[in-house]
Design a protein around this ligand. Sequence first.
Ligand code: DGL
Length: 270
Amino acid sequence: MIGVFDSGFGGLTVHRALIAALPGRDFMYLGDNRNAPYGIRPPIDVLNLTCAALERLFAENCTLAVVACNTASTVALRWIQQQWLPVRRREDGIARNAIGIVVPTVEAATGIGSERGTIAVFATRRTVESDCYPIEIRKRRPDITVVQQACPELAGSIERGAPREELSALVKRYVGELLNAAGRAPECVILGCTHYPLVADLFAAALPSGVRMIHQPEATAGALKVYLERHPEYDGSHDGRRKFLSTGFSREALPLIEKFWGGQVPFVQA
Ligand code: DGL
């Protein structure tokens, strides 16, 4: 069973792409809605909550977890991979791992055919403050300039169903702030938050034409496929089973699930 974790329902945008790429595999989704949003929480909270979510997925027989949440991936995942997982693996005596959304995104942005110049990252405040994207991009391409823009109101506005004109004005404001600070148009843009695929068209409209946009769900799905080919130890069950857990599910969430998934899925309380 492959676990997919996000702070809430936004990660369903990624989950859908993973299932489309690997339809025969068993997948379990866990949204930590009770504690969302993560993007405004102190880093220590994000770390503790991410560890708790992984524990939950492991307890549900997941051996591999995909951390779809950018905030959790950028703030917590490195420490988890280096310090926490080795201990968990030793204790359990079985293969366990967690992979994130940053490396697939950065590989897509800096891979073959990518141009010199500037990559712009739009994300939550906590993701921007972690500096994870600039660090990972510079490791691969020190010749590229990275500019970042925190969009603190955007994920919340998407969740509460703000009208398109309001979202468009918000996106225009953040893009304007980034272009002012950068002093030039970027060659490539990373939408570094699970919620932003829903407003990708608004970003495309607000940015100068010709900017390459990285799509995290597809990039992550491609990376997961390659990872599983290289790691047969995670070649678990192939019954196409699906389970959807949420720490804060309620009927009021149904429109939000519909928005991120494109239909209804049977969530149960975690
Ligand atoms: N899932 C979070 C992310 O991708 C956005 C929502 C939140 O702040 O929890 O960063």
